[in-house]
Design a protein around this ligand. Structure first.
Ligand code: SF4
Length: 332
């Protein structure tokens, strides 16, 4: 293949979404306010670099609330928690800061509402993913998890006329629509969620990749393996025409052999990935002749969430700014 015109297509939007940004700043602000250690239940966001950087600053990541010493401060991650986790934290007299993304909270509210109306809720999402564990914990007796289109054949409900689907926020839009299509074949009166559960950030990042993929020989997605939306971006790229797609946490994980015969490299990053890691990948590629970078803009984003209320109150009480703006040295 002719590789004279080496170039990079750079997706926009990419990287940090409003929910991740807020969650990371929440831990940073908590560290500033209370001093280390600040406990964080689960990875605050699914990104290796973010977690290790916050660890160096004094965050301690734990898997379960019981691991947090009594009376300490704990931050709940962007993926959300089930009500039992809140109960447990109050039993242990922990000071909690809830960094659940407001768009995940929205899905929790939908689950509570439909369960209250005695619906069977079909939650499309990945079994075991923290967000799905949290959402299904809102109404376990009403929720059935549907992992993928093939799982539909085994789904049963009490009343096919009283059934609604909801979803995890970070799924593949196309695969989810296929799951919904099959569910509706089985349950023609299946009700839709009041609004999209797959969030704007997931949708926009997939849209950019879909635009780039047909012109891309190799797609490099910066993101961690446990990041659902990042993994989906690799799948979407390959499904839409990229010759190959790989997920890397850092530039030094790129294998030079992947560039063999490659003219156009697509670059994007998952919603939990700081831009600095993308810049490292661009530098790595430029050093190998891929210095011509063309942005592919699929959407503009300007959403910014306010910090969690618990934190805003504390910041205000101390006369400090409670605005969602980064200080120098933040993880951007
Ligand atoms: S990916 Fe979407 S739902 Fe998840 S934190 Fe970001 S904005 Fe929120």
């Amino acid at each position: 293949m002719q590789t004279d015109h080496k170039r990079v297509l750079l997706a926009a939007p990419r990287g940090y979404c409003a929910g991740v940004d807020r969650a990371v700043v929440t831990v940073e602000k908590a560290l500033e306010l209370y001093g280390p250690p600040v406990y964080v239940r689960k990875q605050i966001v699914h990104n290796k670099h973010v977690v290790s950087t916050l660890e160096k600053r004094g965050a301690i990541f734990v898997d379960e609330t019981q691991e947090v010493p009594e009376g300490a401060t704990v931050v709940f991650s962007a993926h959300g928690v089930a009500p039992v986790v809140h109960d447990e934290a109050s039993r242990l007299q922990l000071k909690t800061i809830d960094a659940t993304c407001p768009l995940v909270t929205k899905v929790h509210r939908e689950a509570v509402r439909f369960a209250g109306e005695d619906y069977d809720i079909l939650l499309i999402g990945h079994e075991g993913h923290e967000e799905v564990v949290g959402t299904s914990g809102e109404a376990p007796e009403h929720i059935t998890i549907v992992d993928n289109p093939d799982a539909v054949e085994h789904v049963t409900v009490r009343d096919p006329d009283k059934v609604v689907w909801l979803s995890q926020t970070t799924l593949s839009v196309d695969e989810t629509m296929e799951t919904v299509r099959r569910l509706r074949e089985k349950f023609p009166n299946l009700q839709d969620p009041p609004s999209d559960d797959i969030c704007y950030a997931t949708q926009n990042r997939q849209l950019a990749v879909k635009q780039m993929a047909p012109d891309t020989d190799l797609m490099i997605v910066v993101g961690s393996r446990n990041s659902s939306n990042s993994v989906r971006l690799v799948e979407v790229a390959v499904e839409h025409g990229a010759q190959a797609g790989y997920l890397v946490d850092y530039a030094d994980e790129i294998d030079e052999a992947w560039l063999e015969g490659v003219a156009t490299v697509g670059v994007t990053s998952g919603a939990s990935v700081p831009e600095v890691l993308v810049r490292d990948v661009l530098d790595w590629l430029a050093a190998r002749g891929y210095a011509d970078v063309k942005p592919v803009v699929a959407a503009e984003e300007s959403l910014l969430f306010a910090l969690p209320m618990e934190l805003r109150k504390e910041l205000k009480a101390r006369g400090q700014s409670d605005k969602m703006r980064h200080d120098a040295g933040s993880l951007h």
